[in-house]
Write a protein that binds this ligand. Sequence first.
Ligand SMILES: *Cc1c(COP(=O)(O)O)cnc(C)c1O
Length: 618
Amino acid sequence: MAEAELDRSARSDAGVADPWPTGAVFGARGLEIAGVSAADLAARHGTPLLVVDEDDFRSRCRAAAAAWPRAFFAVKAFPAYAAIRIAMEEGLDLLASTGGEVEACLRAGAPGERVSLHGNDKSAEELELAVREGLGLVVLDNSEEVARLSERARAAGTVRDVLVRVVPEILADTHEAIATGHEASKFGVPLLEAVGVARAAAEAEGLRFAGIHAHVGSQLLDAEVFLREAEVLVGLLARLRDEAGLVAELLDLGGGFGITYTDERPVPIAELGLAVRERVGDACARRGLAVPTVAAEPGRSLIGPAAVTLYSVGTVKTAAGRRLVAVDGGMSDNPRPVLYDARYEVALASSRRGAAVEPATIVGRHCESGDVLAEGVLLPADLARGDVLAFAATGAYTYSMASNYNRVGRPAVLAVRVGETRRWLRREDAGDLERLETSEHRREPDASVPPGISIRPARPRDARSFLEFWRAIVEEGGHVRSESVRHPPRVYRARFRRAWTGREAQIVAADGERVVGHVFIQRDDHPITRHVATLGIAVAADLRGKGVGTALMSEALRWARSSGVEKVVLSVYPGNTAAIALYRRFGFVQEGRLAGHSRKSYGYEDEILMATWLGGER
Ligand SMILES: *Cc1c(COP(=O)(O)O)cnc(C)c1O
């Protein structure tokens, strides 16, 4: 049974709905996407993993650009820079629902004029952003917004093109949380008031009335909804002309085009675009109106079907007769099943063993009984820990709605294209989750110096032993920036003559005459950053884990406090977990990550920037 279900060509011959990306193939190597094995991707990049079939996404963007005279990618469906760039390359403009999404579009390289901003409660900052960045369109939600945007555009001496969002008063057959076109919707102006608001916009200084906008809802499968919407809105265009003498150049019908999650059969976009444009043309002809430019705003239908999520199977158990399969993700990476009762098609991505299939319930790892990703899906009876499962059509409103619930990081996102893999988004790690924390509640650890070891400022005669110590650290590779020892002993002799000054401290851990650890801390010279010092620390391999690092760190921070330093910063390689643990104990938190900042002989390495405030944050 599973065999038949996963045979994609049989499925298309039989005219059965298919939620998998066009580049997905189920074969002897399990699931492959654009020629890349899903199980290999999972092994190499970890799970959960979102894998985008880039060519599929691109061709959906091209199809949308061809189907509509003007099309916008609703970036809220997946606001990664890579996705935004691809949509632009394929000829789409961009629709942002917040200032944050506008920023993402601009940072991804979009010129302001290709971005349209909507939203039912735009903040002052968002309206200012729209004016400052010269956004191509602002979709006004209500009459108050006419005044608020006009005031800002006038002050800036510019004119912004605006659409007036109306409630088309159409009830769509979709989940109520994503139906937006009904009378009680919080979005837009009621039809009866639309002419008045449009007139106000047309008369307001700093605004140019460009047309009408509506959006009925999301995941709509019935073409009739869009045709009715077109009728209603053309009726409004006639009233605009008759009652206010206004011409709407643009008729923006919004997005909401449904996709196949399991067995849904959406109307192909080319067909739908044609039907809607014909309907607009006919309705305009009946009323003697010039045909406006018809625009659409697809989000889900572009990125949704182009991506799959890979999970690793963990615990498999039976509870009350149901087979429960736990995977290493859940409502944090895909809240849609919990929010909208969304259903997904699930398949084994690892190569098949040919076992019989049985129903399974796929549960996530979160502390919620409701954390169920899929119910009653047919999967091999011998499914076991380590198997990789694929969820189809998870590109839209998964990552963009993801959370850090239970302090779980967001998954990595990769795109595959003709056998090649590109990283879109790095996996969120513990450091990322920490970057909003402050350091003020940390207590420093006790620093009892290990027996036989002394912690003291370096002396000139330590130079030779220090160099031996330092050479060994450098040769270990991977922990410090240096890959060779460049300076002769005399350089260190000179440095160690001034080992404890108001500007810096060079502190060693010594076992008799042998240097076994070293910390260097130096404050910034610039008057504005003189409260900051930078620190570097190393401990001989045979003395790690014995408290030498802790003792050196305490001494360095003692120097810092006595010198009036308030903040200490350092950089560390992500793989140096022992050092990171040491820094954490002293209240250091990650403040940033410098991608590829070190160019080592073996390749580029990221550096993590960590910092602590001495005596609490400002
Ligand atoms: C969300 C939204 C869209 C995109 O909806 P999809 O269902 O992803 O196509 C388009 N327009 C507006 C105004 C939206 O709010």
